[in-house]
Design a binder for this molecule. Structure first.
Ligand code: ADP
Ligand code: ZN
Length: 720
């Protein structure tokens, strides 16, 4: 047999199949060691065949089989992804393996176990042996290390020598969150939930859009669909934004499905990730739960794929290949003949349009569980507050609601936009703004650590005493938004317990889990945070949500800013009043007449959608057009510019030949001109359709080199 192998070489831009003679045990999808040049490298067997395109005598032999990491579906999917995003197969295949496995950084762990073997006479004076013998006989199999600790290594060794017990190796599963396993019976579904489940199961379409208001019980529907898949002997994939993988969510899943669920997220240790992945690959675990990358989980015979918070920006990959998670999930659903369920209270307008036009099956849940009311949203006009002389971050209405909430022993969440409130350091003499040395971005002052930080690369700088531009000593500092708000809160409510959650407090692997856990355990009364507090959390104690700066995301020059604002407000507001107590929301704005806010306040998704889609249509923006950005970055400015020109002229030929397809076409600096010491340029295009996409990829990527990176983004979520 001959094996067609893709070699996994770092930075390889070669995407060539190499042929090797396949030894016994090599399968399609095997990870193998092969001779390559003067060394031995890892490779993946894409195909096995009889004969060879080359002289069979000259073929080298596969050195060893590492494992059978890739399923047939993985191979098919990898090819499709490589084709669609014009990405080398070697790079695409890496998506399917946790980094811990590729680098060999994590391995299986084994432990020694001692099992009872046969009845044995022991000398009366061998007290330790007799005790160990009795213990093993009753508890077999036992952990070797624990036995030795208890009875002494010599005694255990002697028992084995006598043939009373035998040693063997057993694989250890480093499984996270096992302490959360327990009894959690499925809830009785409400009629609306039952109806949703049966409509999804009975639908002829692959993609299902579950549009349910916050608190409508979508999670219970997902769990039911997963349980049904398991019952049919199938597996399931459950995707959530990373931030929603909260301890509550995880414990709910562990409680319901125990070890059948494998959890894949960035907070796990390398060993845990490795073992969870292996359990899925071996079929011991049937449910893959995780953020974006879990869409590549090695489960077979998939019965359902769930993608929760469908609109969330974290589902777009920010490294090559720049895939859309929903696209990959859809391919997997088609391959397996199962359903892909997209869930959201605020679907993206692209998705909702597809549902309305019949491409997706639309299921709506317009009410909360048990007809609980959605929280009332009160608008506080901050212009009026300023006129009244209130310069604080809190309107009178919000202050009063906070007082009531705290007096009732309830909890509150205060939300503010990081970008909106982040403050830079300005020289009051020359007006210069202090910037990062590696990025073209102004630094943000962090009063707690008393330092300056770059929010793009994370670099931290010591405090300045003088302006780097003019030497002036009058610098103006204001802390980050969350710090400032917490400072004001402490003065207003000295006895309230306050937690802050933003990029600074959530550093470290379990940063946000810990904060959310403490808040869930009611160790704090008020949670102040940025976007992170908006996601699908379910805190029954929360009856008040304050949105401190509803307008901030409205003023970005991005065509999606209106949509983002609507989604954010709806999501944050949805954290309030989820249990028996009615919830309230105070929304502070300088622009109360804004139509986006007016739709959001009434929870009028459809009104918002109709307005937004009409706007997109009349201005020819996605989904009625496609925005494509080709980025060129390089450490040398000259090299970046040179490459940009090459890319531009190559694309210009395409433009000249198909001008009618283009609504916009130009080259320019990227809005942030330098990030992490790399200069950034872009060719920006707005296209009527997708027909030129393959050609655009082809022409652009042809100009990448060691010195200059080139990549293509489709409808990028972030245009910085
Ligand atoms: P969503 O994901 O739609 O925002 P959740 O799934 O978090 O909503 O459900 C909202 C609340 O309703 C949760 O506290 C959940 O425990 C509860 N809930 C969901 N389904 C049921 C049910 N069938 N019976 C009783 N309570 C339910
Ligand atoms: Zn920086």
């Amino acid at each position: 047999m001959t094996a067609e192998v893709i070699v996994d070489i770092a930075h390889s831009e070669v995407d060539k199949i190499f042929e090797y003679r396949a030894a016994e045990g090599v399968r399609e999808g095997s990870r193998v060691r092969v001779p390559f040049g003067s060394s031995t490298v890892d490779g993946y067997v894409m195909r096995l065949k009889e004969g060879s395109d080359f002289d069979p005598a000259k073929l080298k032999e596969i050195v060893a089989v590492v494992d059978h990491a890739l399923t047939r579906e993985c191979l098919a999917l990898a090819k499709r992804i490589a084709q669609r995003y014009r990405c080398p197969l070697a790079l695409t295949l890496r998506l399917f393996l946790p980094a811990e496995m590729r680098r060999g950084a994590a391995r299986e762990r084994f432990k020694t176990v001692v099992s009872f073997s046969r009845e044995t006479e022991l000398p009366a004076r061998a007290k330790a042996q007799r005790a160990a013998y009795a213990y093993i006989k009753e508890h077999s199999p036992c952990d070797h290390a624990a036995l030795c600790r208890e009875f002494g290594g010599a005694a255990v060794k002697a028992l084995v020598a006598r043939g009373a017990a035998v040693l063997s190796k057993e694989r250890v599963n480093r499984s996270p969150y096992t302490q959360m396993e327990g009894e959690a019976p499925a809830r009785e579904l409400t009629p609306a939930q039952k109806d949703a489940v049966s409509r999804i199961k009975g639908s002829a379409q692959t993609v299902q859009l579950l549009h349910g208001v916050t608190g409508s019980g979508k999670t219970e529907i997902y769990l039911t669909l997963i349980a049904l898949a398991l019952k049919e002997g199938k597996s399931a994939i459950f995707l959530v934004p990373e931030i929603s993988l909260t301890p509550q969510m995880l414990s709910q899943l562990r409680a319901r499905f125990g070890q059948q669920a494998a959890i894949l997220h960035s907070g796990l240790s390398a060993g845990e990730k490795f073992d969870e992945w292996q359990r899925l690959r071996r079929g011991e675990a049937k449910i893959a739960i995780g953020a974006r990358s879990a869409v590549f989980a090695p489960v077979e015979n998939v019965g359902v794929i769930i993608l929760d918070e469908e609109h969330d920006g974290s589902y777009s990959s920010e490294t090559n290949p720049r895939y859309e998670t929903a696209q990959i999930a859809r391919w997997r659903a088609e391959y397996n003949g199962c359903k892909l369920v997209l869930g959201s209270a605020t679907p993206s307008v692209e998705t909702y349009l597809k549902a309305k036009e019949g491409e997706y099956n639309l299921i709506e849940l317009p009410e909360r569980i048990n007809k609980r009311p959605l929280p009332e949203i009160v608008v506080a006009d901050m212009r009026r507050e300023v006129r009244r002389g209130n310069a604080s971050a809190f309107s009178a209405a919000l202050r009063e609601e906070l007082e009531n909430c705290l007096a009732a022993g309830k909890q509150a969440i205060l939300f503010l936009n990081r970008r909106g409130f982040a403050q830079s350091v300005v020289c009051r003499e020359c007006g210069a703004v202090v910037k990062c040395a590696q990025c073209d971005v102004s630094l943000t002052y962090h009063s707690e650590e008393n330092c300056l930080k770059c929010h793009y690369c994370g670099a931290s700088y010591r405090m300045l005493t003088a302006c780097p531009a003019c030497g002036g000593v009058h610098l103006s500092y204001t802390g980050t938004g969350t710090q400032r708000v917490v400072g004001e809160l402490k003065k207003l409510f000295p006895s309230a317990r306050i937690l802050r959650m933003d990029v600074d407090t959530t550093a470290g692997k379990e940063g946000h889990y810990k904060i959310l856990k403490r808040f869930a355990d009611h160790e704090a009364d008020i949670l102040v945070g940025t976007q992170m507090v908006a996601k699908g959390h379910d805190f029954p104690g929360v009856t008040l949500v304050g949105i401190l700066d509803a307008d901030m995301s409205l003023h970005f020059s991005d065509y999606r800013s209106g949509e983002r604002t609507f989604q954010l407000i709806t999501q944050v507001a949805g954290r309030s009043g989820r249990a028996d107590e009615k919830g309230k929301v105070v929304l502070q704005t300088y622009d109360p007449e804004n139509y986006i806010l007016r739709f959001a306040v009434r929870y009028d998704y459809k009104g918002f959608f109709e307005h937004e889609i009409a706007l997109r249509k009349s201005t020819a923006f996605p989904p009625f057009a496609r925005i494509v950005r080709v980025m060129v970055t390089a450490e040398e400015d000259r090299k970046a510019l040179e490459t940009l020109k090459e890319v531009y002229f190559s694309l210009k030929e395409l433009y000249d030949a198909h001008a009618e397809e283009f609504l916009f076409f130009n080259k320019m600096h990227a809005p942030v001109r330098r990030i992490q010491n790399k200069f950034r340029y872009q060719v920006l295009m707005r296209l009527r359709g997708d027909s030129l996409l393959p050609e655009i990829y082809e022409r652009s990527l042809a100009h990448r080199s060691r010195a200059a990176l080139v990549y293509v983004e489709e409808d990028p979520g972030n245009l910085s």
